[in-house]
Design a protein around this ligand. Structure first.
Ligand SMILES: NC(=O)c1ccc[n+]([C@@H]2O[C@H](COP(=O)([O-])OP(=O)(O)OC[C@H]3O[C@@H](n4cnc5c(N)ncnc54)[C@H](O)[C@@H]3O)[C@@H](O)[C@H]2O)c1
Length: 470
């Protein structure tokens, strides 16, 4: 089928009359949805020498793209589209079926707006997937579909694939492959971001599909991150939520600083210089709640300063409630172990310290103790010497909710991790140390583990192991 053929579906006039310079080493690519994302993909991939066929339901967008004009304001977009159109590498049509049939790969970049219920409106994704399926029904060669839309995890495999399979009668893996390849461009610098992406992530249904997509990105990113489709979908959402959290955080700091006659930019200029703790992976891996002598205290202090000045800082104010929700989740994991002897590996607020102040593990232990559960604990950093006793007395006084567990702590403490494992039916691990990792690996098999600290990179395939956030 040719894009220039007049079929029932071919509602747009003929494309470029120039012969297409096919580069057989490169797959040809159709792009369904020529909005901000799709138009940039068309322009940049054409610049890299790919033969591109764009599809949109908007006649005006199709006309703009095939004429080599930018359909929206974007630096260099018009220039690259004009270059691609002049070279005969860019075509555009309203006929998705024809476009898919003429290409090896289809990028799907239709809109995914917010639905009435606040979730994702899948209607454009469904319709476009059905068109792809209708085309695949007519195609014998293997085809790869690449979803570029930002969608909730599960969309690619639970919505896109079933729509394609139903409309085509074809099977994923055998007749077509699917990838989720999130788009990370920023409007206004989308072309520059395309050629120098912060990362390239591909979740693929199979190796053949992954290989084809990595070939497409070879010229701009040789370090494609391959992962599962669900992880790739989630990465995109997490990225944007993080960016929103950064903006909201910066703005809350700004309003608070202004109320104190402090220049927020002076503060944040210094803040961002710290790439060890502030702008770094540190503190970002899911594990247990924060605690210790500084974080909870200072979050409370900042909320207090803002409250006294009538400055709204809902993000910062939400940190303590968020931390409490995480502590409640640890208790929820222990719900089904009522009446068993529960051991704790690690009780100080983090590993490699003897500091018990505001340790979130003490919150968990206090709640269990109040419910009459039988507890035991081992922490190599507790010696119950005079200095430790002084701190216990301090914690007892400073945090009344921890008084009972402070009184009981010494009596609950056993001499080793092995002894704890031998004497408990359930063990909660609060610190990810080599010592505790070994104790969990070597434990009697009947001991159930609740991991609050992420002991292992690869999750144990073990029904007696549960993690708090993985
Ligand atoms: N805009 C961004 O900066 C950005 C960045 C990263 C990811 N994303 C995601 O990429 C996706 C596309 O975003 P966008 O901003 O380009 O959207 P957009 O609304 O600008 O463009 C979507 C295009 O799809 C077309 N379309 C809808 N249904 C179609 C169909 N069945 N067949 C053909 N065309 C169809 C629309 O006419 C429109 O031109 C969204 O999921 C978005 O969340 C956007």
């Amino acid at each position: 089928m040719s894009l220039t053929a007049q079929t029932d579906l071919d509602v747009i006039e003929a494309g470029s009359s120039q012969p297409l310079p096919f580069d057989l080493a490169k797959p040809s690519i159709s792009v369904i949805g020529l909005g901000y994302v799709g138009a940039v993909s068309m322009a940049c991939l054409a610049h890299l020498g790919f033969r591109m066929v764009g599809v949109d339901i908007s006649r005006d967008r199709v006309r703009a793209i095939r004429a080599g004009r930018a359909p929206n304001v974007e630096e260099r977009l018009g220039e690259l589209l004009a270059e691609g159109a002049a070279a005969g590498r860019i075509e555009a049509t309203q006929n998705a079926i024809a476009a898919v049939l003429q290409t090896d790969v289809t990028f799907l970049s239709v809109g995914t707006p917010t639905a009435k219920d606040g979730g994702c409106d899948f209607s454009y994704v469904r319709l476009a997937s059905r068109s792809i399926g209708q085309a695949l029904a007519l195609k014998t060669a293997y085809h790869v579909v690449v979803l570029r839309c930002s969608v909730p995890p599960g969309t690619t495999l639970d919505i896109v694939v079933p729509e394609i399979e139903l409309a085509s009668g074809k099977k994923l893996g055998r007749d077509f492959g699917i990838c989720f390849n999130p788009e990370f461009l920023r409007e206004g610098m989308a072309v520059a971001d395309f050629f120098a992406p912060p990362k390239t992530v591909v979740g693929a249904s199979d190796a053949r599909a992954a290989e084809l997509v990595s070939q497409i990105y070879n010229a701009i990113d040789k370090n494609v991150v391959f992962t599962s489709i669900n992880v790739a979908e989630m990465v995109k959402y997490v990225d944007n939520v993080w960016h929103a959290a950064k903006v909201a955080f910066g703005n809350e700091v700004g309003r608070l600083c202004k109320s104190l006659s402090i220049d927020s930019h002076d503060v944040m200029d210094i803040f961002i210089k710290d790439t060890k703790l502030n702008l770094s992976p540190y503190y970002l891996k899911p594990a247990f709640a924060f605690g210790g002598s500084c974080l909870p205290k200072e979050v409370r202090a900042v909320s207090h300063i803002a409250g006294a000045r009538g400055v709204e800082i809902p993000l910062i104010d939400s940190l303590i409630p968020s931390n409490k929700a995480h502590i409640r989740e640890a208790l929820r994991l222990l719900d089904r172990h009522k009446g068993k002897r529960i051991g704790f590996l690690g009780v100080t607020f983090k590993p490699e310290t003897d500091d018990l102040r505001e340790s979130p593990t003490l919150d968990v232990m206090s709640a269990l103790l109040a419910n009459g559960e039988s507890l035991a604990v081992f922490d190599p950093n507790l010696d119950f010497g005079p200095l430790q006793q002084a701190q216990i007395a301090y914690v007892r006084h400073a945090v009344p909710a921890h008084a009972a567990i402070m009184d009981a702590l010494k009596g609950l403490t056993v001499r080793s991790a092995d002894e704890l494992m031998r004497n408990c039916e359930v063990v909660v691990v609060s610190h990810a140390t080599d010592h505790f990792r070994k104790a969990v690996t070597d434990r009697p098999k009947n001991v159930e583990i609740i991991d609050l600290a992420r002991l292992f990179k690869s999750l144990p395939q073990d029904s007696a192991y549960r993690g708090i956030a993985w």
